[in-house]
Design a protein around this ligand. Structure first.
Ligand SMILES: C[S@@+](CC[C@H](N)C(=O)[O-])C[C@H]1O[C@@H](n2cnc3c(N)ncnc32)[C@H](O)[C@@H]1O
Length: 263
């Protein structure tokens, strides 16, 4: 079968992909899709991208692979990073280990409302949904239109809000969510200037119900840099309690999570 691909698709097929030795992390390495080795990854990429292309051209298509694997997620992520380098701010989606730590604040019982910021290709979304009780509500905010539509296809169990986290309170209100129990952030804070960092944190605090919890991550190697220290200070300004996690080594690059609460 011959597959006609868009320029974005062709670019995506050329970008490096990553793999781990086991689902939960193992060793992290980079490789290029190997068409010469008729690699499974490349075939899956072609199938996935052909499906997306046909979707783009409004051709009726069957949803064969509605839950892309992490190998398929990376090209989507890299394409977004090339499209919007000023808003993606990472070399790869967060690892399952990091996502699991970020999602630990998600209540696993009851009917919580959980808000995710900067959902990207859905790595953290998957970890949130694993914890989420059946009656929970998951709202994911994503500024990039293509990523937002990718998320709608890949994670039908959550409600995707295409918009800016700086307008969080309005987005959440329009979605009819009154009580927010947890906010999980995948935002690239280091790319934001201080006014935007402040504005988003203010919106987060305004949106969180009493007893709600906020989690976000920082790259370990950067925690000593001025921007990261300033962000840490802003967290302390906005929350009564800011608890850093252990270092999550199984992430590229290694990261830590801040868990924040107001009393
Ligand atoms: C570093 S990626 C993280 C993606 C994913 N959460 C993960 O951890 O793999 C940052 C994501 O935040 C999104 N983003 C950046 N600024 C945003 C904003 N102001 N509002 C909503 N999403 C934003 C980007 O488009 C990108 O998808």
């Amino acid at each position: 079968m011959s597959v006609t691909t868009s320029p974005t698709t062709r670019a995506a097929l050329r970008v490096p992909t990553c793999a781990r030795s086991a689902d939960e992390g193992g060793l992290f390495f980079w490789e290029y899709p190997r068409s010469e080795a008729s690699g499974v990854v490349t075939e899956k990429l072609r199938a996935e991208q052909a499906r997306k292309d046909s979707h783009q051209h409004s051709i009726q298509h069957t949803s064969v692979m509605t839950t892309p694997s992490r190998a398929l997620r990376l090209p989507v992520f890299v394409a977004a990073a090339l499209r919007r380098p000023g808003t993606v701010g990472a070399v790869a989606p967060s690892s399952p280990s990091l996502c699991r730590v970020l999602a630990e604040i998600v209540p696993s019982t009851g009917a919580p409302t959980v808000v995710e910021l900067g959902a990207g290709t859905g790595a953290v979304s998957t970890a949130i949904q694993k914890r989420m009780p059946a009656d929970g509500r998951h709202l994911a905010v994503e500024i990039d239109a293509e990523l937002a539509s990718h998320l709608r296809e890949s994670h039908p169990g959550m409600q995707v809000l295409h918009g800016d986290a700086a307008d969080l309170h309005t987005l959440i209100t329009e979605a009819g969510a009154e009580t927010v129990n947890a906010v999980v952030s995948g935002l690239p804070w280091s790319l934001f200037g201080e006014p935007l960092q402040r504005r988003i944190l203010r919106e987060v605090c305004r949106t969180m119900s009493k007893d709600a919890v906020f989690s976000t991550f920082a790259y370990r190697h950067a925690t000593g840099l001025a921007g990261a220290r300033r962000f840490r200070t802003l967290l302390d300004d906005h929350f009564d309690e800011v608890v850093p996690s252990h270092t999550v080594w199984r992430n590229l690059p290694p990261a830590l999570v801040y868990v924040c609460r107001n009393h």
